[in-house]
Design a protein. Structure first.
Length: 313
């Protein structure tokens, strides 16, 4: 229980640093924000994903934990898209980003320290990262690319195949795949190369959380009426439905118990990853629903994760 609270406290403090930066350095806010997004997207986040996967035991995570993470995310996102489309009449162009916000968890920034403190192993978090970065993220990014291509006149004449390939071959996914290959063949970089990559990767988490905090400055929660029903629905799916789906799959389909089951449920209870906002901005999509769901789930997931830890530990 203490480990879960400590993990969330670290995240909230770093978000607060971003908010304070935007408030007390108003003349530098734009320059810092403009520089952070490409730095994270192209350098620090790929370095983090490579290090995490290169050092992971793939045989341990691919057998059970990764399939549960994949099925949980797919079912949650698909159910949200169906309900939102039928009952809320959400435009099709807004569905992928909103659905991703309901099912793409913060396994890297929060999941790794949380898994280490609460479960005693990073295996549940790494399994989620594999499912998200190698399968789920490329699928959503393909949808983002198609939507962005239709909305942006400058890219409408580009071949669709090139647009999709560019979205899949993003730095984070490529780095994750390379890291998985290193782990699979038990290859390790020389320390003179591994150490600087690890340092860059360690910088990704605080930078990403600071960038998110800066994006919140001046924003009033639920200020925009458009998308408000999707925000409420997406937040409920993220913090309530997704952990329930993970528990049902882990308990009744894969037969997990005790600490393993707790790890699966706690990972599903994590808040939405800031990467969803980063991806949506990268493809010039409307960021309202992802930003609001990230904010809501960051706070609402704390009691859910604590309750899951209490019930399943």
């Amino acid at each position: 229980m203490h480990g879960v609270m400590q993990g969330f406290a670290i995240v909230l403090i770093l978000i607060g640093v971003g908010l304070a930066t935007a408030k007390f350095l108003p003349s530098k806010r734009q320059a810092i924000s403009t520089g952070l997004t490409p730095l994270i997207y192209y350098i620090t986040n790929p370095a983090l994903m490579f290090i995490l996967l290169a050092d992971a035991d793939l045989g341990l995570v691919l057998g059970v934990f990764t399939p549960i993470a994949l099925l949980t995310a797919v079912l949650t996102g698909a159910l949200f898209a169906v309900v939102s489309r039928i009952f809320l009449k959400t435009p099709a162009r807004h569905l992928p980003a909103a659905a991703m916000a309901t099912s793409y968890v913060n396994a890297g920034n929060i999941g790794i320290p949380l898994a280490l403190y609460a479960v005693g192993s990073t295996t549940p978090a790494v399994s989620v990262l594999i499912a998200q970065l190698l399968i789920i993220a490329p699928a959503y990014l393909c949808m983002f690319a198609v939507i962005s291509r239709k909305l942006n006149p400058d890219t409408q004449n580009l071949p669709l195949g090139r647009t999709v390939l560019k979205s899949i071959a993003n730095p984070v996914t490529v780095a994750t795949a390379i890291g998985a290959c290193f782990s699979f063949i038990h290859l390790r970089l020389p320390e003179v190369l591994h150490a600087p990559l690890e340092m860059l990767g360690n910088a990704s988490i605080p930078l990403l959380l600071m960038a998110f905090g800066m994006s919140l400055y001046g924003q009033k929660p639920l200020a925009e009426k458009e998308g408000r029903p999707e925000v409420f629905l997406g937040s409920a799916f993220k913090v309530l439905l997704m952990p329930c789906i993970a528990w049902a799959l882990g308990r009744f389909v894969f037969g997990l118990e005790s600490t393993d089951l707790m790890g699966v449920v706690v990972m599903a209870a994590l808040p939405t990853a800031q990467n969803v906002l980063l991806f949506s901005q990268q493809f010039s999509l409307k960021p309202t629903v992802p930003r609001e769901v990230i904010l809501a789930s960051t706070f609402l997931s704390i009691p859910v994760a604590l309750l899951a830890t209490f019930l399943l530990s």
